[in-house]
Design a protein around this ligand. Structure first.
Ligand code: ADP
Ligand code: PHD
Length: 522
């Protein structure tokens, strides 16, 4: 067993709504507690501020400005809303007049630059990928300027660090449009340089990093997508070889189902990175799926914690065979296993999630092409319109696919793609659907679990449009009508994840598996 050295560094990532709603709690109860009371070296990463929801937050507003500029429409009123929101926030929270004045000046300077970028784009009638990134980065800059000022105002020595130019303008991505490990290694090296003064400083200073890691050739939205700050925090954790990456949310951690929808959902004390990625992809957006790979490769645990309940344990994300930082195998001798380890060993399904705004496309081949050509042509068309397939089930002449169509743009692309797909055969579209996914690392050994899931749906008179089992065998998914999705979520949770019922279905599944093994031995 190899235990890597503890660095005493932790990385704390705060999302936009947390920064918007609880900035004082973040400084007093979290940053101050870890850095001063617990003596840790803390590095902070923040997303752009949202006062209520992410959809109405600063990043969404800045993106709206870009859209308006590209249509040669006016965006100044939205920039003014962002300005007033941030200036009022500075005046409400920052008591020291020098810090407050400086913050208001810096805020105005950043937003004046945004207007300049947008004015130039409006003249051209186009917002380039680079301009969009420049505009978007201002969301993180404003929130981090504010958080750094708030820390200093409340007695935590902190320094604002702007990462928006960390990637040189001539940097080219090796494989076209793919952020590969060469890119991540480059970024980690660049981040180490940014961190050096903090690591070497005799005085404890908390760096407040903009959760935006610079201008990348294909644009941050195309390369990573919304929620990019989680990945940025992960890369900082790798650069620091941090003891832990903490992702602070407004929920206690990862639950067996969305706690807003299932009252009896339980907090999970640990999940594997694969499970966390599946849950996120299929509707439970707790952490950006790209985050895991980076930190897990560096064997750094991720902990999801609640800003409103800082003393709670949260949920730990780490691979089955890594129990603590740097460990390749679970601790030995086994006495040191925590009770949760046994719980993890015994459970079947880990959690259930639903994904909405799904459209099913059924294509029945006109048989003018061979089946391999048929599939290739379908994917070429979908690729042309940048449509993503969440689930697929296929026979030689028939293909069913479930696609997320969450907005007007993807709907327009879908319509164009369907016109092209009709050349290949008969095409039917079913709208207003949802994907239900049962996720669990140990699930693959228990056939009974899939059976219980589908029997539950049948008992509830819920029609299943499509069934698919993820290639990694930790996800069993099906497509049902959107209107049935809440009932499906609650009834499957009750039968497979509720603590009392779970014992029963678990033992049924174990019995079934034993029967199976016996039959194999005969
Ligand atoms: N399995 C799950 N466990 C925890 N939260 C979940 C789950 N599925 C969906 N959610 C929802 O994800 C949200 C994530 O937390 P929140 O901090 O509010 O997000 P954001 O960082 O996007 O503002 C919560 O509102 C929660 O209801
Ligand atoms: N501000 C960005 C990046 C981000 O990660 O946000 P959050 O941490 O609030 O999900 C966005 O809205 O997408």
């Amino acid at each position: 067993m190899f235990l890597s050295e503890q660095t005493n560094w932790i990385v704390q990532k705060f999302g936009g709504t947390s920064v918007g709603k609880f900035p004082d709690k973040i400084v007093d109860d979290i940053i101050k507690n870890y850095s001063q009371s617990q003596g840790k070296n803390v590095s902070v990463v923040c997303s752009a501020r949202s006062t209520y929801t992410k959809a109405e937050g600063t990043t969404s507003r800045l993106l709206k400005c870009c859209e308006l500029a590209s249509q040669e429409n006016d965006y100044n009123s939205i920039v003014e809303i962002i300005r007033q929101d941030h200036v009022a926030n500075a005046e409400n929270f920052i008591i020291n007049p020098v810090l407050q004045t400086q913050l208001v000046t810096d805020t105005n300077k950043e937003l004046d630059m945004v207007v300049k970028y947008l004015d130039a784009s409006k003249i051209l009638g186009e917002v380039s990928i680079r301009t969009m990134d420049l505009v978007m980065s201002v969301g993180e800059k404003l929130s981090c300027l504010f958080m750094a000022a708030l820390c200093n105002d409340r007695g935590v020595k902190a320094k604002y660090v702007d990462l928006s130019h960390i990637i040189p303008s001539d940097y080219t991505i090796q494989a076209e449009n793919v952020l590969d490990n060469t890119f991540y290694s480059f970024l980690v090296t660049a981040l180490k340089d940014e961190l050096k003064p903090f690591v070497e400083s005799k005085e404890k200073i908390v760096p407040i990093f903009t959760g935006f890691f610079g201008l990348i050739p294909m644009g941050l939205l195309n390369g990573v997508g919304r929620g990019y700050t989680d990945l940025c925090a992960a890369l900082i954790a790798v650069a620091l070889n941090a003891d832990e990456l903490q992702v602070w949310k407004e929920v206690d951690g990862i639950f067996t189902a969305d706690p807003r929808k299932v009252k009896t959902a339980r907090l999970l004390d640990s999940v594997t990175p694969e499970e966390a990625a599946e849950l996120t992809y299929y509707g439970s957006e707790v952490i950006h799926p790209f985050t895991m790979e980076q930190v897990i490769r560096a064997k750094i645990p991720i902990r999801i914690k609640n800003v409103q309940n800082p003393t709670g344990n949260g949920t730990m994300i780490y691979p089955d065979n890594i129990a603590r930082k740097g460990e390749n195998t679970p601790p030995h001798p086994p006495e040191v296993f925590t009770p949760s380890f046994y719980e993890r060993k015994r459970r079947g399904a880990t959690a259930i999630t639903t994904k909405h705004d799904i459209v099913v496309i059924n294509i029945h081949s006109n048989k003018k092409t061979l089946s391999h050509g048929f599939l290739a042509q379908i994917f070429t068309i979908l690729d042309k319109f940048k449509l993503v397939v969440d689930l697929i089930s296929t026979s030689e002449v028939h293909v069913s696919m479930a696609l997320p169509i969450p907005d007007n743009d993807s709907n327009k692309s879908l319509k164009l793609a369907v016109t092209d797909l009709k050349r290949l055969g008969q095409v039917d579209i079913i709208r207003d659907m949802a994907i239900v996914s049962l996720v669990g690392k140990q699930m693959k050994q228990f056939i009974g679990i899939a059976g219980t899931m589908f029997t539950t749906l049948a008992e509830q008179n819920i029609n299943i449009e499509m069934i698919s089992q993820g290639a990694n065998e930790i996800n069993i998914s099906c497509v049902i009508a959107e209107s049935d999705s809440l009932k499906a979520l609650q009834s499957i949770h009750l039968n497979l994840l509720d603590p009392l019922r779970k014992e029963k279905s678990f033992s049924v599944a174990v019995d079934e598996r034993l029967e199976q093994l016996k039959r194999m031995e005969l």
